[in-house]
Design a protein. Sequence first.
Length: 164
Amino acid sequence: MNEALRAKARCFFSEILERPGSIRALKGAVLWPRKYKKGVSLFEIIIAIVIISIAVLGLVTMFQMSLKGGVSARYLTVAAGLAEEKMEEVLRLGYANITNQGPSSFSSPFSDYQYRVIWHYVQSTNLSTSVDPTVTEYKNVLVNVTHANMAAVTLNSLLTDNLD
């Protein structure tokens, strides 16, 4: 008897499932595996566009950051070269002829860069504190180069007129 009921139920449900608009028909249209569908749905296209947009946005952000880093590195490299050149120029003047200079601009094509030369007498053991020139033979020379798009580059040199 149990088998008879199962057979009737199977027959009844198979008739319902075969009707147009039934669950099986809907299942075939909406939930059926991909291998039985043809084409791509609008929802899938939108999801793909969102994923690709997020990936492209990340790449553009990284590209922008690398460009910015490259530009600031260029400014720092040029400023370091200009500071080194200015320090050599000041040191060629000799111990007795060094003077404070600036702030002044470099000549073209580096007119966007500013420099300043500052010196003071110091002890050989403490370069940051100025002292009376009668107690020391050392001068601390600082060359500071700046640009509007970067932090300052500062070179420091210790000079003496004691050649012993």
